[in-house]
Ligand binder design. Structure first.
Ligand code: ADP
Ligand code: ZN
Length: 435
């Protein structure tokens, strides 16, 4: 395949030049954060690091980590590094305690985000003239607006359909001539199935490619989506704290995602010791944002486990490649593309007068995540009247929906019927085998 690039000068930059660019940008960014984020400056003072100590990426190790808990401590705007009048957009994602985290963008930051999403689109063969069917959710979630911005900049005809109403999605694809699909991989699989259920095949629609991310998915799933929709399916990685989708992007080789190294430094560390690992060794992925100004995190610990690959890619891009995330170091679940922490569920249950005897059961049926929460009734809440139990289950399900943004099937079970554990409670049963 003849590769095209959106910003060739960066995407194919010699490694030595990338290093120099990263060094220069790191020194500037460190100074920016140090001078404008009091919380982080205090952290640096404790570690004995000042902007004069950070001259190149060789000094990266001196920079303290940032983690999700820091976002919680400083919620909502404590890590913002520009005055709020310069922030033109906010996005949000789940935090560990039920409280969401919030991030912001300047106009310049949005410009960078659009560029990196446009790089992804060009890498998979999209261009102006393509009909971009954007079925990522629009809203505080970064997926919808991220891809939307990149596609608009590239000149695609964007169809901002958002997620849901699956049969209508197929009708729109057919009528409007959608050629590139963007959504979570599970939704892509569901669209493929729906097409089949409607008695139609891939030739009913004109899709040629899809960009899917925001949750783990397997190579088998990739093959099945490619077959059911008649497309090539590509992976995209991102996270709200660092930017949103487009932090890393897959090329025609479909063999790892290129990290946009002019805008981000990626490292792998040993999650236990925090020590940096050599490229090629499996570890926790850590990102430093080099160019964004409103919410610039330095050495952010993603809790995603991955491997970096420095072998030159035959697509011509020189950016390092990261593997698909191979798991997490925390207990975060991604259910239907949404981040869910067991602690959020526990908080809701305790508030409603239940105990922490519950179980989260996640599975997959017809390429769709199933999500059930089994909750033990307490003796004083015990009822054997079906209508009462159903009403209580609905109430809990709605309370969970408010916090998690996704619907769980709640099943109340008899007191003391959930198995007690002698060690760590096994609260999550996840049978999806995604990695
Ligand atoms: P996003 O809006 O990009 O999903 P979130 O902050 O809600 O951002 O979630 C980010 C997390 O989603 C990542 O830390 C990672 O665990 C997961 N994720 C994102 N993209 C992928 C991908 N392509 N494959 C596997 N997991 C992914
Ligand atoms: Zn490549």
């Amino acid at each position: 395949m003849c590769e095209k690039y959106y910003q060739k000068e960066y995407e194919t930059m010699p490694r030595e030049e990338i290093r120099e660019l990263q060094s220069k940008r790191l020194a500037e960014q460190f100074r920016h954060v140090y001078e404008n984020v009091e919380y982080y400056r205090e952290r640096c003072k404790q570690a004995g690091v000042t902007p004069d100590d950070i001259k190149s990426i060789d000094d990266l190790d001196k920079i303290p980590f940032t983690c999700k808990d820091d976002l919680r401590q400083t919620y909502p705007y404590g890590l913002f590094a520009v005055p709020m009048k310069d922030v033109v957009r906010l996005h949000a994602s789940s935090g560990t305690t039920g409280k969401q985290i919030v991030v912001g963008y300047t106009k310049g930051d949005l410009d960078i985000w659009e560029d990196i999403c446009a790089r992804q689109l060009v890498a998979i063969g999209a261009s102006a003239g393509d009909f971009l069917h954007n079925a990522y959710g629009y809203g505080l979630f970064t997926g919808g607006f991220g891809i939307h911005g990149g596609a608009t900049k590239l000149g695609c005809t964007v169809i901002p359909i958002s997620a849901g109403n699956t049969q209508r999605q197929i009708a729109v694809m057919h009528d409007f001539g959608s050629s590139v699909l963007c959504c979570t991989p599970s939704y892509a699989a569901y669209l493929g199935e729906t097409l089949k259920e409607m008695g139609l095949g891939p030739d009913y629609i004109k899709l040629k490619a899809g960009i899917f991310g925001a949750e783990p998915w397997t190579e088998e799933m990739r093959k099945s989506i490619e077959k059911s929709l008649g497309i090539k399916a590509y992976d995209i990685y991102g996270l709200t704290e660092v930017m949103g989708p487009g932090v890393a992007y897959e090329c025609s080789e479909q063999n790892g995602m290129h990290v946009n190294e002019d805008h981000f430094i990626v490292e792998t560390i040993d999650p236990k010791t925090g020590k940096r690992l050599p490229d090629g060794e499996k570890g926790e992925l850590v990102f430093t944002a080099l160019t964004k100004k409103a919410f610039p995190l330095l050495r952010f610990r993603t809790k995603d486990i991955g491997v970096l690959n420095t072998v030159k890619c035959s697509c011509g891009r020189t950016f390092i490649r990261m593997s698909k995330p191979m798991g997490r170091t925390d207990d975060m679940l991604i259910i239907r593309g949404v981040n869910v922490f067991p602690s959020q569920i526990e908080e809701v249950l305790l508030k409603q007068g239940y105990t922490s005897n519950y179980q989260i059961i996640v599975g997959r049926e017809n390429n769709n995540d199933t999500f059930e929460v089994k909750v033990e009734m307490t003796p004083d809440k015990f009822s054997d009247v079906i209508a009462e139990v159903k009403a209580e289950e609905n109430k809990l399900s709605n309370a969970l929906l408010t916090i998690l943004q996704i619907k769980a099937k709640v099943t109340l079970v008899a007191p003391k019927s959930i198995e007690r554990s002698e060690g760590k409670a096994k609260r999550v049963i996840d049978t999806r085998k995604l990695i």
